[in-house]
Design a protein around this ligand. Structure first.
Ligand code: UT7
Length: 322
């Protein structure tokens, strides 16, 4: 069997504070019924004032390291996917490396919005397959609540904070079978978050909030995720019925249900965290994976399909024999 990337540990962290739909209905003109019906979300977690992408990453990463039964010092590479880094630089991954007291490894961030964890898994897999690294820590960490305009009902109902982590190790047994990642920069206007401090003259009036044409994003997401399912199955000569679990990015239950329908899967085969986490962007797939692994639904030897879609647009999948 060829060298592949096996999941040896997972972790996750959600901040303590819960914000309900009723809480949000005191801020904007909305209600619990509309939000739950249109998105599947009931509550989301909001990070405390002293929490950051690095601090949340550390908790998720330590859990994954413990589950893997390794020492932090054995890690060769740390990749953090985040759109809310603590600082422009150094990278959150370097901060995490320091927090984990690892003297000698390579650490960098990647930014692919909500597809970040799939992109990071794909990069990690190339490093492991090529022999450039053995143990790789992949983290997705987001403080979406600080990028949200709490007066915009089209976006503030959707997002939450959290961090997910996974530890990969080289194996000749099984692990990541394939990853498929894509980008198309033509859709910038449908979903973006300005960075006012480095804006051009033309853009400098824009505030640093998530700006989205939700309905248009929704349609592209459903079609694109349908295509990525076909691409992944055909690359591995598999049938829809071969997949045991769908671990999707958690943006909207209606989007997830469309992908499950495409796979002819029942919603019982989908790891859904959306209801109590909202959309945690690059953290969501790893948080869902962690939940499925820890509660015993995902078992060794099963086939799991991870997928995500986000700003860029970016989208991708990872097929894993767990
Ligand atoms: O993770 C990255 C990718 N992001 C996504 O995938 C998000 C994709 N988009 C979505 O999840 C959905 O488009 C939303 C949940 C954001 C919106 O749902 P929708 O069914 O697409 O609603 P809509 O934007 O078409 O709006 C329908 C109606 C509008 O009213 P009118 O014009 O029909 O009178 C909106 O003004 O719902 C209204 N509306 C709301 N009403 C109550 C929009 N937001 C709200 C709200 N509460 N929060």
């Amino acid at each position: 069997m060829k060298r592949c990337s096996k999941i040896i540990g997972t972790g996750g962290y959600l901040p303590e504070t819960v914000r309900t739909n009723d809480d949000i209905s005191k801020l904007v003109d909305t209600n619990d019924e509309w939000i739950f019906e249109r998105t599947g979300i009931k509550t989301r977690r909001i990070a405390g004032p002293n929490e950051s992408a690095a601090s949340m990453s550390e908790i998720a990463a330590r859990q994954a390291i413990k589950a893997a039964g390794i020492e932090a010092g054995e890690i060769d590479l740390i990749i953090v996917a985040t759109g809310t880094p603590d600082r422009v630089y150094p990278s959150t991954a370097c901060m995490l490396q320091h927090r984990l007291e690892i003297q000698n490894c390579v650490s960098f961030d990647i930014q692919a919005a909500c597809s970040g964890s799939i992109f990071a898994l794909s990069i990690a897999d190339q490093y492991i397959k090529s022999g450039a690294a053995d143990k790789v820590l992949v983290v997705g960490a987001e403080l979406c609540s600080r990028l949200v305009d709490w007066t915009d009902r089209g976006t503030c109902i959707l997002f939450g904070d959290g961090a997910g982590a996974v530890l990969l190790d080289s194996s000749d047994e099984f692990g990541i079978l394939s990853t498929h990642i894509h980008s198309d920069g033509a859709f910038e206007d449908l979903l973006y978050c300005p960075n006012p401090q480095v804006a051009t003259e033309e853009n400098k009036a824009e505030k640093g909030f998530i700006t989205m044409k939700g309905n248009e994003v929704f349609k592209v997401a459903v079609n694109t995720l349908g295509r990525i399912v076909d691409e992944t199955l055909s690359a591995n000569s598999l049938e829809k019925s071969d997949i045991d679990w769908l671990v999707p990015h958690q943006a909207n239950t209606r989007i997830i249900a469309a992908t499950a329908r495409k796979l002819k899967m029942s919603m019982d085969q989908v790891i859904l965290t959306l209801e109590n986490q909202g959309n945690t962007s690059s953290a969501s797939v790893l948080l869902a994976l962690n939940e499925g692994v820890r509660d015993g639904r995902i078992e060794r030897g099963q086939l799991i399909l991870l997928e995500a879609f986000g700003a860029g647009f970016t989208w991708g999948s990872a097929l894993i024999k767990y």
